[in-house]
Design a protein around this ligand. Structure first.
Ligand code: FAD
Length: 414
């Protein structure tokens, strides 16, 4: 039986393991952490076919610069002479065009819809109860400007065959009757869904372990040995691992791991925060996006998760309380009777979205190493795109026809 070693136990690595073991491969997953708290655990849990617009989109640069001067804003780039950030920024600017947006919409939509379907299938498997709920997402706006942008997005989404509806404030109230709303309107992304990420990740870990997948925790890959165009061995400190095929699915750490095989992957960690609050009355039944504030609110596990911000900086453990306050203060502006308290530092989760400069993931083989698949760069959509990426990884390894055309996601694209 052919052996596959997956480096990284986030949603992308575990989904790859899931589909590979189904195809009969002998799979090992290696992670530097204990797989209880990576970016795939504390995220907002939204499954978002609605997000066919990549981060690199027209208007993001001027908006981003305006946000830079507000300490509570949802977006921040630490100005530095970091070579990676400069190269990333130049690529981002190059891709923030209407043409790139038009070219990306269909590949992103198809990847998302495949993933959503796979989540629906997974939720029917025994042991996979992870609160998958098909209520859509309500993107609320308070200003005419955001309303126009949302209406434009909804029109394009409908052209792409996605189910969306523009709602008045009254129609919003009818959908969330138990909550006061102070909004101009919303777009109901009816094509979207949500789930509880920790339950999903733990169900996957349990299933994989029971199916014979070896999960090795707290072992950091420090060196990858190659011979010609093949990987021969992977070192995690003094431990040595050999396999026939290898997968790099190390999220925001992927540039450093890819460098070990002489590959350059342009990626910046986009740090975001989240925290949970008890909401005993379960008044919020549909996840919400607060458009102007860029905050996500999701009901899960009998509580509410609030999440947001995007700090592009080196990986670090600092918690910027100003930005957390920005999230807290935005909530009652849309929901006057939801008043989350400022959380204690210990109750604040943070994770690093692996952000590619053009907003598309990297999924594919490389020219340099024949027995390697790269699966990373999913940015704000990694949870959504996990299962589709996993099945594609398994097809690339098996060298069978892939479920989707992967040209848009080529690893060595410019
Ligand atoms: C606040 C916030 C909200 C979000 N909300 C959503 C949402 O609603 N919907 C959505 O789709 N996405 C969301 N995201 C994005 C999503 O969480 C990420 O895109 C996704 O989790 C990335 O998964 P991954 O498997 O690529 O990386 P990760 O989950 O980061 O996993 C990578 C793993 O690789 C391991 N690793 C790294 N280096 C090494 C090494 N050298 N050796 C061994 N192991 C290594 C790490 O320990 C880690 O466990 C959100 C993110 C944030 C921060």
């Amino acid at each position: 039986m052919s052996k596959v070693l997956i480096i990284g136990g986030g949603i992308v690595g575990l989904s790859s393991a899931y589909y590979l073991q189904k195809k009969g491969y002998q799979v090992t997953v290696l992670d530097k952490g204990d797989i209880t708290d990576n970016c795939s655990f504390g995220n907002a849990g939204m499954i978002v076919p609605s997000h066919f617009v990549p981060l690199a989109a027209p208007g993001m640069i001027s908006q981003g610069i305006r946000w830079m001067f507000n300490s509570k804003s949802p977006f921040y780039v630490r100005p530095s002479v970091n070579g990676n950030l400069i190269k990333w920024g130049l690529k981002f600017v190059k891709h923030a065009t209407a043409k790139h947006l038009a070219n990306s919409a269909e590949p992103l939509r198809d990847l998302s819809l495949l993933s959503k379907k796979l989540y629906e299938d997974l939720a029917k498997e025994p042991g996979f109860e992870f609160e998958l709920t098909n209520n859509g997402i309500l993107a609320f706006y308070k200003t005419e400007k955001a309303g126009e942008e949302e209406a434009h997005l909804a029109a394009r989404a409908i052209e792409l065959g996605l189910d969306m509806a523009v709602l008045s404030a009254e129609q919003c109230k009818a959908l969330q009757p138990d909550l006061k709303l102070d909004v101009l309107g919303a777009v109901h992304y009816r094509c979207d869904a949500h789930l509880y990420p920790a339950k999903l990740m733990n169900a996957l870990l349990e299933f994989l372990t029971a199916s014979g997948v070896k999960i090795i925790k707290n072992k950091e890959v420090t060196k990858i040995e190659t011979s010609g165009n093949r990987i021969t061995r992977v070192f995690a400190g003094i431990d040595v691992h050999e396999a026939d095929q290898y997968v790099i699915a190390t999220g925001s750490w992927s540039p450093a791991v890819a460098k070990m095989v002489d590959l350059n992957i342009s990626l910046m960690p986009g740090k975001g925060y989240s925290f949970m609050e008890v909401e005993p009355t379960n008044r919020l039944t549909i996840p919400a996006l607060l458009c102007e504030a860029r905050v996500a609110i999701t009901p899960m596990n009998g509580r509410i998760r609030y999440g947001g911000t995007m700090e592009l900086d080196k990986i670090n453990t600092r918690i910027n309380m100003q930005r957390v306050k920005g999230i807290v203060e935005s909530v009652p502006q849309y929901f006057p009777d939801l008043n989350p308290a400022i959380p204690n530092q210990n109750d604040i989760w943070y994770g690093f979205r692996p952000c590619s400069p053009d907003g598309l993931p990297y999924i594919g083989k490389t020219e340099k190493k024949q027995n390697l698949v790269i699966a990373t760069g999913h940015g704000m959509m990694g949870l959504s795109l996990g299962p589709a990426t996993g099945i594609l990884v398994s097809e690339l390894i098996a060298e069978t026809t892939t479920s989707l055309n992967l040209d848009a996601f080529k690893v060595e694209r410019k």
